[in-house]
Design a protein around this ligand. Structure first.
Ligand code: ADP
Length: 707
């Protein structure tokens, strides 16, 4: 009777202990789990008179099973001491026979002194006299075990103890897993909410970025409409133009970013002239550099092949972004430099490095780490102070990576910044690995002699390299008095490049002195980064023949020499003029928005093209059906009521006439995703023009399809 009563009491005690332990674990708050685990294990240990409870987890390396201790409760220790990672313990090597037993879901219930001698050592060293090892299975897999140690008595744990501790062990393990999952979920939630916050921040700066130019456009339109003088109207138009271009830039960035996020950002490869690409970029940036009175330096390595194959527009976008940041984050009077150098040939491609340096506010090391991520700006108040969306560098990085390159930054807060990137581009066919010189067509038998006068060493260096590569002779000097001495000496110069702003005697004064001193003076070209218009009249009166803007490009210098000393001086200009007119040609324009029709009609006014308009696809099909021979080309909007451009194109191509099958159809659409363009081509169109319409792009398409 007595034994039974004791048994029942002991069982009750065990159940109560398990119940208490589970309550601790289930009620544990986030961040309090270890404490609850500790208390739970403690209660269980007390119920079975154990001195230690340990939780072990299995893992595999190369199919071999190991275990490691995750947690330990021991009498008198602190919860913070509970978390212990032991060295790896191999079942095969350190615990022979255990794996077989435990995987069969059997417990190990042993008195240490009765174990084989080699095993005894391991446990006696830890003061253990008896132990109960309870396997734990999760999702039908042997997950690990819980060990209960008695360091005071030699005994076997009772069947009741074994059975109840099995459930308790499973509960402990489950609670542990639940805690791990909660932690992972909390981390994921934190990450998501940080991303969410970044996007809200982005939306707010984006709204600001869009509103600013829109306000300017709306305001300037009102001013322009009510302005009485033509100058005031022009002023308003100019401001509207600048604000619109800026707005378009913001929208393009957002579009690019969404393409990148949707993994649909691709490059389109064409053959292009590297120097021409840089020239376009510089012409975009020059205005802002001048406005902030900054000094712009540039050096292009002559070893970079002239013609390359790649996405020149995307490359230009990266350089423009870096340069506009440099200008934006550099105070007035600072210096911005652009260097490009040929690095090496690598697997049929040449590796080029581009470096943009400024003397601006710089970026701390901490902030540099985040800069190339989307929506990131160095400081939180950057947007308020400088504007911008924080997308430019993320887009730039993607472009550079697509070109098999890298982009990085070297900077310190307050000490300016240098952005460097590399790209790999193919040489165009026919480009040898030897750098070639650009042609100079001069009909003189004696060598042509040039003189370059500039107080900036970099410019003189440019002319020296230029002369070597073109087989011309070029003397250089940084001193205008020295220049005058050279010119009035025995050597006869054909052409002088003279810097405008120099100490002692500026370019115009030097020209005046030359004109006075020489009966037959050389051709004189003023070179300068400053605006030519205000001084043109004075300069021409002093004897200046022409002007070349800085930074200097080899192609400009070659053109200039050809223009003043070469054959066919003005032929190219005349051909150019003629190329932009298409008399006798007729276009069918399908576009539902009246304002867009008006824009096309006005843009093409000077091209002398006849244009018939249709307000939807159906009208366009009917017009073409009625007079197929009348039209030379169709400009087709895509989204139109009644019948869209895709459907209209399909109907036109299906008409029973050779003309309808062959007439060039060019889509005009604001959808600039590659798939949209693909849809147009699949419907039977030949090409695509982006809206808002860029005059030069339109002209290029007209030339392609009408000439
Ligand atoms: P945006 O200029 O439109 O904000 P970017 O991605 O081009 O976006 O640049 C991200 C941020 O990097 C900028 O907001 C600025 O904080 C920092 N940054 C970029 N270029 C420079 C630079 N040359 N000098 C200092 N800070 C820069």
């Amino acid at each position: 009777m007595k034994t039974k009563a004791t048994d029942t009491q002991q069982r009750d005690k065990l159940f109560t202990a398990v119940n208490t332990a589970v309550t601790y674990l289930l009620q544990s708050e986030v961040g309090q789990f270890e404490n609850s685990l500790w208390r739970g294990m403690g209660v269980l240990a007390a119920a079975v008179n154990a001195d230690r409870v340990r939780l072990w987890r299995n893992y595999r390396i190369n199919k071999k099973l190991y275990c490691t201790q995750l947690y330990e409760w021991s009498e008198g220790a602190e919860p913070s001491q509970g978390k212990k990672i032991t060295v790896e313990v191999s079942y095969d090597d350190d615990l022979p026979g255990w794996q077989e037993k435990l995987t069969k879901n059997e417990c190990i219930n042993s008195i240490v002194s009765k174990m084989p001698a080699d095993k005894q050592k391991r446990f006696l060293a830890q003061g253990i006299l008896s132990l109960l090892i309870v396997p734990v299975f999760l999702h039908n897999e042997f997950w690990g075990f819980v060990g209960f140690n008695d360091c005071h008595r030699e005994r076997l744990f009772t069947a009741d103890e074994e059975s109840i501790l099995r459930s308790a062990s499973l509960l402990i393990t489950n609670a542990l897993m639940r805690n791990e999952m909660t932690q992972e979920l909390t981390a994921a939630l934190d990450k998501a909410s940080a991303a969410n916050q970044a996007k809200s921040q982005f939306l707010s700066s984006m709204s600001h970025e869009i509103r600013t130019p829109l306000n300017a456009i709306v305001g300037m339109t009102t001013i322009g409409k009510s302005a009485s003088s033509i100058e005031k109207k022009d002023y308003a138009f100019e401001k509207i133009g600048i604000a619109s271009t800026h707005l378009l830039g913001v929208i393009n960035d957002v579009l690019d970013m969404s393409k990148i996020e949707a993994n649909k950002f691709e490059l389109s490869t064409v053959e292009f002239d590297f120097e021409m690409m840089i020239k376009k970029v510089v012409s975009v940036i020059a205005f802002r550099v001048n406005e902030k009175q900054q000094l712009f330096r540039m050096k292009l390595d002559p070893n970079i092949p002239q013609r390359l194959v790649g996405d020149d527009q995307r490359l230009a976008q990266v350089i423009t972004n870096l340069l506009s940041n440099a200008v934006k984050f550099t105070p007035e009077g600072g210096t911005i430099s652009l260097y490009a150098r040929f690095m090496c040939d690598e697997n049929d491609a040449c590796k080029i490095e581009v470096k943009v340096t400024d003397t601006g506010i710089g970026i701390s090391k901490e902030q540099q780490k985040r800069l190339f991520a989307s929506f990131e700006q160095a400081e939180n108040d950057t947007n308020r102070k400088y504007g911008g969306t924080g997308l430019g560098l993320a887009i730039s990085r993607r472009i550079v990576e697509l070109m098999d390159g890298k982009i990085w930054i070297e900077s310190e807060l307050g000490a300016g910044a240098t952005f460097i990137f590399t790209v790999k581009l193919e040489r165009a066919s026919g480009e040898s690995s030897e750098a070639e010189s650009r042609p100079v067509f001069i009909e003189k038998t004696e060598p042509v002699r040039l003189l370059a006068v500039d107080d900036e060493q970099e410019t003189l260096e440019f002319f020296k390299v230029f002369a070597q590569r073109t087989d011309l002779v070029c003397d250089t000097t940084a001193d205008s008095r020295e220049a005058l001495k050279l010119l009035t000496g025995r050597t006869k110069y054909d052409l002088c490049f003279i810097d405008l702003r120099m100490p002692v005697m500026d370019g115009v004064a030097l020209t005046r002195a030359i004109t006075e001193a020489l009966e037959v003076k050389p051709v004189i070209i003023i070179i300068s980064a400053y605006d030519w218009n205000p001084i043109e009249q004075d300069a021409r009166a002093a004897g200046v023949n022409g002007f070349l803007p800085k930074p200097l490009f080899v192609s400009d210098v070659v053109d200039c020499i050809n223009k003043y000393l070469g054959v066919n001086k003005n032929a190219e200009g005349a051909a150019h003029k003629q190329a932009e007119e298409f008399p006798g040609r007729c276009i069918l324009l399908a576009e539902d928005m009246e304002i867009n029709r008006e824009i096309v009609l006005t843009l093409l006014e000077s091209a002398r093209i006849e244009i018939d308009c249709a307000a939807n696809g159906e009208e366009a099909v009917n017009l073409l059906k009625d007079a197929p021979q009348r039209y030379d080309m169709i400009l087709m909007d895509v989204n139109m009521p009644v019948m869209d451009g895709l459907e209209a194109t399909r109907l036109i191509r299906a008409l029973d006439s050779k003309k309808a099958r062959e007439i060039p159809i060019v889509a005009m659409t604001a959808d600039v995703f590659k798939e949209d363009v693909k849809l147009c081509i699949e419907a039977g169109m030949n090409d695509h023009i982006c809206k808002p319409i860029d005059f030069n792009e339109m002209l290029a398409k007209l030339k392609k399809y009408l000439k």
